[in-house]
Design a protein around this ligand. Sequence first.
Ligand code: 7TS
Length: 415
Amino acid sequence: MSASPLPQSTRPDFAALREDFPILHQQVHGKPLAYLDNAASSQRPRQVIDAVTYYEEHDHANIHRGVHTLSQRATDAFEGARKRIAGFINAASERETIFTRGTTEAINLVAQAYARPRLQPGDQVLITWMEHHSNIVPWQMVCEQTGAELVVAPIDERGQLRMDEFERLLGPRTRLVAAAHVSNALGTINPVAEMITLAHDRGVPVLLDGAQAVPHGSVDVQALGCDFYAFSGHKMYAPTGIGVLYGREALLEEMPPWQGGGDMIRMVRFDRTEYNDLPWKFEAGTPNISGVVGLGAAVDYLGAIGMDAIAAREQELLAYATERLLQMPGLRPIGTAEHKASLFSFVLDGVHPHDIGTIVDHDGIAVRTGHHCAMPVLDFFGIPATARASFALYNTEEEIDRLAESLLRAREVFA
Ligand code: 7TS
């Protein structure tokens, strides 16, 4: 992920791009909607909605099985999207791009099909203290199934991974590292290249949870050299229920399928079944075809704008929000890493985060409040919850001003 400042000559017209998102043009409690909950789920542009609608109105049929025209069109739409999505993250081939329901399912797939057959009692899986529950619980489950041990690398007061500890914990029994590329609760961008080098020097493969990274900057899985990479469509302007597991082909080839059913087989007899080739070996059953079409349209949309430009714009919004909100008396930011993606988590003296959420909602502003499915992070900071504003390419400085004003009112009500 990179974010150098944007030269005016190549700066996309973000105000015009905002017009692509129909849902943003509405009032909530009589105020214009300011949608600042993009880390939970972003909104869809007209281009994605139209691609899905066109597919549903013209091309829908089941894929990979019919000679009839609609089935062929649906298959072409599905596999064509896979090709573009593989290109978007620079996977070496479409065989390395497996469709899942989202990041959660992608991580569970690796836990069950890669880790479970390999882990022995006493082996270790190394994660970090800033993981989303979906990059904790699947490893707890597989550790319980195999007798392996979950090891957690600590973070510092700014919410940054302690690299000395990470390196120390990468031991002779470490069999896999699973870490967030970007933390959803803190915004921390992890030094993943360095982490991968340290792990690979010891022969340990690395899974990255890219749910909060892929929407916010260019991700090149080959340049990173990671072994697995998971992300979700709905956080990158595509529909819900679709996501991707990237895996290095050599590892995916060695892995058994994790679910059995249609499409993942080449031949079935009662005494013996042959599995399909990659990527279909891991895609049992009728997939989310329209979701894939939508994700394909989303990567086309993002590619046309340029991920570096989006990263740079979001860094402007983050810098503006940080400066503006830090002026607020009694506000404490949670997550102040040197390298952060575009989200701002905070607590406000004397106001419970849930009350913040409710009050700003009355001003038409959507922020997430709670534990952000990262309870250990909040335990580390000794708080039960935060409020979190998270920004996307369509957000504006004016929306951040409105949040700041609304927070001032919240403080007046409660203080
Ligand atoms: N990993 C990270 C880093 C995430 O932020 C999320 C979702 C997931 C995994 C799970 O993704 P899913 O699409 O499979 O559900 N994060 C959030 C959030 O921050 N608020 O709501 C969902």
